[in-house]
Design a protein around this ligand. Structure first.
Ligand SMILES: [Zn+2]
Ligand SMILES: [Zn+2]
Length: 241
């Protein structure tokens, strides 16, 4: 499948010196997606239908609520509720009319299944995933085609564990043979070296708080704890697929 490569954001990301530039790009993709579904998109009938049918996952409904776009979100929620009520209310009525606790429990079980199904689909996650695939494939394609990128990539800070694995899953769409093998070895080397570096910085930070080290320099380790958390777990993860 042919995709539109994201050469400029990927190059900029690599140059930024971030612990994982895919995390940065995905944080931006998440913001863009939430804004998109709270913007003019909600006035498009087809998008509203899709929104009510597919839904938004709990994390991204919360993210929408945090955006302070009350007018847009209240409209989204109104039609989302109308759609949800068609399945939800008959189940609740059935429970209210139950003649025994066993029957009530059985209906609650059906409600639990309904709720988990309803929370699964997410248009924001889908939007993020489309972008993620483009970024992952662009990294591999630039590695294949651009010697300057390959050099900078090998000197860079690598990626978080989560996005390293995502890059690996996508690697064979753009690479094959020896080049694929080298790419996989390099991803593993980058992850190990940079996890080690982050841990060293974290140890330095923990020692810096001892009274005998009060006058020592920070050595850029003030945020080592945050960088290590990001390296281990990533940010801007696609939650619902
Ligand atoms: Zn990441
Ligand atoms: Zn989501």
């Amino acid at each position: 499948m042919k995709i539109e490569l994201e050469t400029i954001p990927v190059w900029d990301g690599l140059k930024s010196g971030s612990e994982c530039f895919i995390c940065d790009l995905m944080n931006a993709a998440e913001r863009d997606a939430v804004d998109y579904y709270l913007g003019p998109a909600i006035m498009v009938p087809e998008i509203r239908v899709e929104m009510n049918r597919k839904g938004i996952c709990p994390t991204h409904f919360h993210a929408m609520a945090e955006r302070n776009k009350a007018q847009s979100l209240s409209l989204v929620l109104d039609t989302y509720m109308e759609e949800s009520k068609k399945d939800l209310f008959p189940l609740l009525d059935r429970i209210a009319d139950s003649s025994s606790w066993r029957k009530a429990m059985k209906s609650f079980k059906a409600l639990e299944e309904y709720a988990s199904h309803r929370e699964k689909g997410c248009l924001v996650c889908d939007y993020m995933n489309d972008r993620l695939v483009r970024y992952l494939r662009t990294v591999a394609a630039l590695y294949r085609d651009d010697a300057e990128f390959r050099f900078a990539f090998a000197q860079g800070k690598g990626f978080c564990v989560h996005h390293t694995l995502a890059l690996v899953r996508c690697a064979d769409t753009e690479l094959s043979g020896d080049m694929l093998a080298d790419y996989l070895v390099l991803l593993a080397r980058l992850l190990k070296d940079n996890l080690e570096r982050c841990q060293k910085d974290d140890v330095y930070l923990s020692q810096k708080y001892k009274s005998e080290n009060r006058d020592k320099p920070w050595n850029g380790c003030e945020d080592a704890h945050r960088r290590l958390v990001r390296k281990l777990f990533g940010e801007g993860r696609v939650l619902s697929r």
